[in-house]
Design a protein around this ligand. Structure first.
Ligand SMILES: Cc1ncc(COP(=O)(O)O)c(C=O)c1O
Length: 396
């Protein structure tokens, strides 16, 4: 039995969200999460995953995971510091460091929890964090958890960042100051201005923290945004997720040995939560090997992204300022964006609406993620459906 207060809170707020078209219904998939998915028995071209390279369903990863289960079982057994560090975890961290061109790395159970872990292990109430206003929710929550003063700067506005960095540094109020940014912004697909950010960081002695969840496997021929700009030795924290281009689950920080040593003794999700399973770790290792062996999948991803983007742009859709495969079609009003997505799904394209609070109010959109696994035929079909639904709804 729940309290009347809770009942009222839930009913009022759920009704409110539904009335505003902000309530997201989650669809169960009958199929693997590949370039075509099956929902309610219907096949749909899937433009909603973060499975950039198609590795989530790759046979080589499945085999690695199955072998690891045979050898090590299904669970890690415990928190790593207590008894759960399998050699596989260490091997994964060595591979990640090689992949990211850093001294070493630490793996976490997810990208989200990596940001919870890493920021608060280093920053505290005597510190300040300069954070891009469009940073991912996990960065925002990680910053809050640290109790440092959060100073938001306007999205990719380097004058604003410089002014705020200068003021914070000159105030003398803070022991440490960090600048933190997504490498690639997940809802718009634009790339952080890392060379300028690093320059400002050098001028004001800032700690640099880049969450490259959407850049790894995508930019820098796969190695990520930091490598793309040749800044591997200039960024203190390189954060990534193992759930998007890598295709599995997990997160990591790559950086200097002393930083990772500290995170291993002070980051709470590492110390108080059981580690990645053997199957996850083995699949991640195989995935990173594939990425380091060849850039084929990365090239295919970019070809498909360019193809879809130019097709949608030619039709007259507003795809914003994306510089990466993330392809938003910005519709504006939330309910219209939801209806547009629903019609796309009716016609055979699974592209979900993204609305407030994930993006600002009035910037509702349908977000498309072409992957290396899509064929030209699938993309052509998707573009045709976009044209049909766009004209029908007066969006183009
Ligand atoms: C920038 C950023 N950081 C972290 C995450 C969370 O990653 P994970 O799904 O591995 O928890 C995401 C996922 O959307 C992201 O976009």
């Amino acid at each position: 039995m729940s309290s009347k207060g809770l009942e009222q809170f839930l009913n009022d707020n759920l009704e409110d969200l539904k009335g505003k078209g902000l309530y997201n219904v989650i669809d169960p998939l009958d199929s693997p999460n590949g370039p075509v998915i099956t929902i309610n028995g219907k096949d749909l071209i899937n433009l909603s995953s973060n499975n950039y390279l198609g590795l989530a369903t790759d046979e080589r990863l499945k085999l690695a995971a199955a072998d690891a289960i045979k050898q090590y079982g299904v669970g890690a057994g415990a928190v790593r510091t207590i008894n759960g560090t399998l050699k596989l975890h260490v091997e994964l961290e060595e591979k990640l460091a090689e992949f990211k061109h850093t001294e070493t790395a630490i793996a976490y159970q997810s990208g989200f929890n990596c940001n919870m872990a890493a920021i608060s292990a280093v920053m505290d109430h005597n510190d300040a964090i300069l954070s891009d206003e469009l940073n991912h929710a996990s960065i925002i929550d990680g910053c809050r958890l640290s109790k440092a003063k959060i100073i938001r700067f306007n999205h990719s506005d380097m004058d604003d960042l410089r002014t705020k960095a200068k003021n914070a540094a000159e105030s003398g109020e803070f022991n440490k100051i960090m600048v933190i940014t997504d490498g690639v912004f997940s809802m718009d697909g634009d790339i952080a201005l890392l060379p300028e950010i690093v320059e400002i960081a050098e001028d004001f002695d800032l700690i640099t923290y880049v969450d490259d969840a959407h850049g790894s496997g995508v930019l820098g021929e796969g190695a990520g945004t930091v490598k793309h700009f040749g800044l591997s030795d200039k960024v203190d924290f390189q954060i990534g997720t193992l759930s998007k281009a890598i295709g599995v689950v997990g997160g990591y920080v790559a950086g200097k040995q002393n930083l990772i040593d500290w995170l291993k003794v002070r980051s709470r999700p590492f110390l108080f939560s059981t580690s990645l399973t053997p199957a996850d770790v083995a699949a991640c290792i195989r995935s990173i090997e594939i990425l380091m062996e060849s850039t084929d999948l990365n090239k295919r991803l970019w070809n498909n992204a360019d193809y879809l983007k130019s097709g949608l742009k030619k039709l007259g859709f507003n795809i914003g300022n994306s510089q990466t495969p993330i392809t938003p079609c910005i519709i504006g009003e939330e309910t219209l964006a939801q209806q547009f997505s629903k019609r796309l799904i009716d016609e055979g394209v699974y592209a979900k609406a993204i609305v407030f609070p994930t993006v600002p109010r009035g910037a509702g959109r349908v977000r498309n993620m072409p992957t290396a696994a899509h064929t030209k035929e699938m993309l052509d079909k998707a573009i045709l459906i976009y044209e049909h639904v766009g004209k029908e709804m007066g969006v183009i």
